[in-house]
Design a protein around this ligand. Structure first.
Ligand SMILES: Nc1nc2c(c(=O)[nH]1)N(C=O)[C@@H](CNc1ccc(C(=O)N[C@@H](CCC(=O)O)C(=O)O)cc1)CN2
Ligand SMILES: Nc1ncnc2c1ncn2[C@@H]1O[C@H](COP(=O)(O)OP(=O)(O)OP(=O)(O)O)[C@@H](O)[C@H]1O
Length: 179
């Protein structure tokens, strides 16, 4: 299947499964918090979640409580992203994608966080390939990212093998945490 064809059917599936995904978010959050890579990370990159995704606000709060620094992506022209530090007091703006994003501030950029929690809409549990909403933001970003990558994968996003086409620029995720 082309990525475009896969996205069409997968977004429909995720809409049907959205309450199950939200329920699975709590268990996935607990698995992440117990994970050695998360425990040892001093800085994490994460997004605020959309309606079809694993809920991330509890992860962000837990990371702050444990003294970690939290970075959110600011999307930039040419499908680039910069990760900007997020603290409890700063205000966010709704991006065109529909999730809260920070304002760009050069002195708060860190594109080399210890751990990147990567969103997506489908993950292959054999090869760890992912497919996202189609912006190509993470493929571009991960090509130059030196840290650890992890994804939280609810049942509706799990595929034994990739049913979509894999392209040369696709980058597998190091660790999948499965609901
Ligand atoms: N919660 C969350 N935040 C995230 C992502 C994500 O997957 N999840 N992203 C993961 O990458 C980035 C935003 N991704 C985006 C993906 C597509 C479009 C976009 O412009 N879509 C067009 C149609 C796509 C196209 O160009 O063909 C549109 O909506 O009109 C924008 C942002 C950063 N933040
Ligand atoms: N490393 C890269 N360099 C240049 N272009 C890229 C790179 N990675 C992806 N692209 C471009 O981005 C487009 C979208 O890629 P793809 O369909 O894999 O997005 P995605 O992984 O689903 O989205 P996202 O990473 O934003 O969640 C591709 O058609 C490709 O042209």
């Amino acid at each position: 299947m082309t990525k475009k064809e896969f996205r069409t059917t997968q977004l429909y599936r995720l809409k049907q499964a959205q309450f199950t995904t939200k329920k699975e978010s709590l268990a996935l959050t607990q698995l992440l918090l117990a994970h050695p890579t998360f425990k040892s990370a001093k800085s994490i990159g994460i997004t605020y979640s959309g309606a079809l995704e694993v809920e991330t606000s509890l992860i962000i709060q837990a990371a702050w409580r444990k003294g970690k620094r939290v970075y959110l992506p600011k999307t930039l022209p040419n499908r680039q992203m910069a990760f900007i530090e997020h603290t409890a007091k700063d205000e966010l703006v709704l991006s065109s994608f529909g999730v809260p994003e920070p304002r760009y501030e050069e002195r708060r950029v860190n594109n080399e966080v210890d751990l990147m929690i990567v969103p997506g809409i489908g993950f292959a549990t054999d090869s760890h390939y992912r497919i996202g909403f189609g912006g190509g933001y993470y493929d571009r970003f991960l090509a130059h990212y030196p840290g650890q990558t992890v994804a939280l994968v609810p049942t509706a996003m799990q595929f034994a093998t990739a049913e979509w086409q894999i392209e040369p620029f696709d980058i597998p995720i190091q660790e999948l945490i499965l609901a």
